[in-house]
Write a protein that binds this ligand. Sequence first.
Ligand code: GLN
Length: 444
Amino acid sequence: ALRRRELAPRELFETYRARCERDPLGAFLWVAEEARPIDPGAPLAGVPLAVKDIFCIEGVPTTAASRILEGYVPPYTATVVSLLEAAGAPTLGKTNMDEFAMGSSNENSAFGPVRNPWDRERVPGGSSGGSAAAVAAGLAPWAIGTDTGGSIRQPAALCGVVGLKPTYGACSRHGMIAFASSLDQAGPIARNVRDCALLLRHMVGRDPADATSVGLPEEVRIPQADRLDGTRLGVVVELMGEGIQPGVRACVERALAVAEELGATVEEVRLPHAPYAISAYYVIAPAEASANLARYDGVRYGLRVDAPDLTAMYEATRATGFGAEVKRRIMLGTYALSSGYYDAYYATAQRVRTKIVEDFKEAFSRVDLIVAPTSPTVAFRLGEKLADPLAMYLSDVCTVPMSLAGIPAISIPAGLAEGLPVGLQIAGPAFSENRILEAAYALE
Ligand code: GLN
């Protein structure tokens, strides 16, 4: 007869490790040989964690899926990884991603794409596609990723799992390889809302090593209530129209009907500047990236391509080490920041960002939480958008407004369209993580 028996942490780790060794999706770039020792009484009980390869771990190769970091082994560990290990979640492996987190399909990895477990001819989303695919396929019980313009929420949506981008500053960015520093945030990806809350609880906190980190004002609660009585939900008009696949819209509408049955009120809200969010984001994020990526010079980290003199060495290293999308962003960002163009592009984009912050403020004076699709479409085919960067950028239309405003947002599964998962996005004012998690749990 079958008898229920608790798995010892070591057995649990070995079970997942064995699965990851046979990873059929390209989700992992590195799998741990063994778990670091954990305290058996720790709150996360030895449940192994998949870590996006953008987080530094002492002694473990860290690439951000870029050739330019070939051979780089960090001498220190990212704060969120240290916190989670201390809470009892040993690192299972490092997951594949778009190079330097630039992308929405995981096809920009220097180490090959990740496949979506729902349909291996389709993308898992990006840039945290390895983490989302690993959780969806049961290769890892949970994972962490980073979200600059949607990179936790969109892959979670496309893989049918839960992903949360916290308020900017909730988690430390120390040890997280920088893409766009005013937007980058670490966050959890899990199979359900409660696991997501549990991971988040142990990730947040102010860190002296990151001056922009503030933590959260109250402890992250594990949501309990299955009702939404009195919650005012606002559905974003600008994110329910043109460009949103009908099947995706139908799933969001169905979720809103369920929310009303659970006692919520639903009204329409407007974010008049949301249509400009993509344009502003794709100036601001590349501008910050062009500055952050200046450090990869062949001297300080990873790859060096030898050449007769120093300048030629810089050029050869960067030409060889960076992929096409990263080069595109560096050029865009450098151009937008250059004298004579700065006001026209960067300063204008910053003004749009302020307008978007004000739009949300106005919306949150009328409703508690905002609801929208996470992604305008279900998972697209590998290669479908590779030749058209603008089409790829439009995948982020529903997620970048929240990123620019620095507010928290979760994506939860909300049914299927064309047999593929659809994500429902719930966003709230800064530091409203508990409220978002409660609503997400009720609607899950
Ligand atoms: N897809 C967006 C980009 O390419 C967002 C990426 C992210 O959130 N890291 O910039």
